[in-house]
Design a protein around this ligand. Sequence first.
Ligand code: SF4
Length: 416
Amino acid sequence: MIIERDHIGIFGKMNSGKSSIMNLLTQQVTSIVDPTPGTTADTKITLQEIHGIGPVKLFDTAGIDEQDRLGEKKRKKAFSDLKECDLVLLVINPETTDFSTEQSIIEQARAHDKQMIVIFNLFDSDAERFVDVVRQEMPVLKYYPTIIGSAIDLDFRSVLLDFLLKNFQSKNEKLELLPFLEEDEFYVLNIPMDEETPSGRFLRPQSMAQEYITRNFAYPVAYRMNLTKARAGDPEEQTRFNQFIASFNKRPKMIITDSQAMDIMNEWTPDDIALTTFSVMMINYVSRGRLNEFVNGVRTLSTLKEGDKILIVEACNHSRINEDIGTVQIPNYIEKKFPGVSIDYNFGREFQENEHLKEYKLVIHCGGCMISAQKLMARLRDLRAVGIPYTNYGVFLSFVQGSAALKKVVEPWIEQ
Ligand code: SF4
């Protein structure tokens, strides 16, 4: 496997101690440290191996608060480096007062969904008392892991490295789409097509599952359920499904269904065949294995009361039809079961601008098949920081079929 270097950039004001952090991490004088403002004129790059993370490319960027023509160039260069980074280390001297520079770095990091760690660099052992003042000045810092120490204290190196290891997710951490897959076994993909289904291709989660199963020497078999007939209780539709399952020369291992067919598949799937949904598979994959957090979040439903607010989040702006899951099916269920609970929506990139996350009792996110892991992780980080539980469509639609249904669809990934 080719390992790509993680890019870690050190950002902050002039004289905040960025170069000292660089030297601390590299254990050598990589960057010149001097109290003269603007000593780092351009980004210094060092290649290094960090134990536990792997190969990294470290960027020691110039301070971006210099107020002249060269300062403008340095700012542009630093922000262009930021786009390349997987992790932004924001170095703050808490004894300073104007935080517009830090604010602009945070804005850039948020706009590009970057992971960020804040380092309060103490030039004086007494300076820690200013940290709370800085936090009040910049409430957005609550979204990010923060560490306090002195960049010239050699003992701080191991503390900082441990903190990085704990709080940074490397892009090299690969995750299997269906980690439980067994070779030479059949996997049924239940795809109930409707007016919304594009012709000429499968949807991304369906084609990803098909490709993954094939690549791993197992057999994907697509089945088109007629959901309208199945919901209407048409016995011919169930007979067709039963005959399809009976036609295999050995039992399929699992059925992966469109989440909106969970009401039917929960009833029809034989006990000896595992069942899950594309949405559950996808959210586990895009959230880098955090399915359990979405399962924990769905339990909030039982605590909902009149006046509570829910946020439904769809990561793309696909065309919506009558029976749309996010705008019709889930809201209908909530209205029936929890009268007086109101629903807001975020579509596409809207989530990033939502300053009211704290007001919601629960966030229900789609499968996230069209967004990057980086973007979803940035969303989850914000929700965790303000303590708002989250779940997703597949988990929600399984939960409403009962706890046994939820257990069945998440069991392949997590112990209950
Ligand atoms: S990103 Fe979300 S809303 Fe868009 S198609 Fe994928 S699961 Fe559906």
